[in-house]
Design a protein around this ligand. Sequence first.
Ligand code: SF4
Length: 587
Amino acid sequence: MLEQVVALSDGSIVHFREIARSEAPTGNTLEAACYRTVLCLATEHADEIDRRYPKVLRRVGGYNLDESPMPRSPSTCEDHGRLRRDAGRRARSQAAPGTPAESESRNVIPFADLLESLSAIPAILVHKPSAVEVMDKSILDFTRQNAALDRIRNEYIEGDPGATLCVEFYADRKEDLPPRLEALEQDLRARHLGYAYRSETDLPAQAKIWSLREAALGLSTAMKGDAKSISFVEDTAVSPEKLRDFIARFLDIIHSHETTAGIYAHASVGCLHVRPVIQSEDRAGSPEVRSHRAIGSGPSAGIRGALSGEHGDGFVRSPFMRQMFGPVLYEAFREVKRAFDPLGILNPGKIVDSPPLTANLRFGAGYQTPNPDSWFDYSEYGGMGGAVEMCSGVGACRKKLAGTMCPSYMVTREESHSTRGRANVLRLAMTGALGESGLGDDGVYEALDLCLECRACKSECPVGVDMARYKSEFLASYWSRHGTPLRARALGNIHRLSVWGSRLAPVSNWLAASPPVRWLNAKVLDIDPRRTLPAWRHETFERHRSVPGQASVTLFNDTFTNHYDPEIGIAAVEILVQASDLPLAMK
Ligand code: SF4
């Protein structure tokens, strides 16, 4: 079902759906003007549309004039056809790969090199898979950085392949799958394509295999230092049988720039994400040149592909619309945009009339990665600026339903309270884009204030952005300029305070809970008087430790376990002693 309720640029709410051409609204409304414009442009330019629109399985570039009814004669604008959609919006619902159903299987096939794997696609498609996903060696190698992914890789992928295809099959009945898997394997073996054929019909195993592919995007951006795998020509699509040749030409261009690329995604529909590795000094101006050359390797060299298979145009691909669709259709796109948005208030510069590709670069000409003095060691990233720049903007921190990262975003739904928002704010502050105040800026303090320092981002962010660490770094800088608040000093000395709290418990607890002390805490330390402070324990964990023999396991005893929750430490000691028979030392 293709339909959508849409707010037009004048605020009117309309319902776009499949209707007979004769049902198209008429009159002076914006909705009627949109219908008139799209229908007439589709009719007038029917031949050009047929000639210029790439015939590929995935394309989201430009406006979909090709999917509007196109009577052959321009004079028959009143012809009856089916109006499938408005000019720019898409409401197609499509089963995404990666959601295992009961009658589904995944077949993992490693190949010696990427081009061999792509040359196998036409043969695989004959077996009618539901999806074929590819990961090249550089993406697979990134999985080595993550222990859990590395284990999965070792379990399911044989050897050290140049690329791996993950072939999915759906069937109504589970018993229909094995013969299809067998047929595929025999076919590929006979053609000498691939060197191992591992199939899984078990759902947990399939989910593990898929987790490798899912991690690919984040992993491909996980490069430390100046060189980054950048997305700017990463969404091209060609017909699957031309994919091998297209990628071969694409790689020639990339190699001619003495660099490499990570390649992954949807081989079955010819849509691959190619992310060239670019040094920061090259990121300032040359993407435009590179993109032009990349485009030249595809559509203008006879392959007739799409510049954007599934991500849309945006500022990165819009500058190439005229080149992709030609001057006639480009002018038609401008008319479509004007019809829907006469005042130019929605997404200006997207699809048509875009600014130059280099106008909004995050790393502009002369950009230098900032490297402020820091307390922690960031040498593996080339300094603190390099560590913050690890945030590639993927936005995994904006998830709302799973995991822990990022609690402050889950509650506020504000970009500035997400890990990505904070990384951007820090980067802007360090580069001086927020003015001279830099890391002493009050706005930066505000953005970081709600960070709970839970460190969920350190483990859940694909590139391991460690915002809690950066917050500590920022606060050290901010407070060195603005003075350290008493509350921070008191909490920073909690280990010393707790020694006395435990020694004097339960008197200290009674005092802390008394109204005068609560009042004082509110005034001096900004602690809400309604809060009950955690109670000190007279019997600290330290007093309990008594493990005979020579130590060979070390347990670090922290302030909170020691003075507030000693039973946690006691239980940990019991488990360690019973599990290992090893004597224990405690620090
Ligand atoms: S440490 Fe801060 S930024 Fe990272 S997930 Fe926790 S609250 Fe969010």
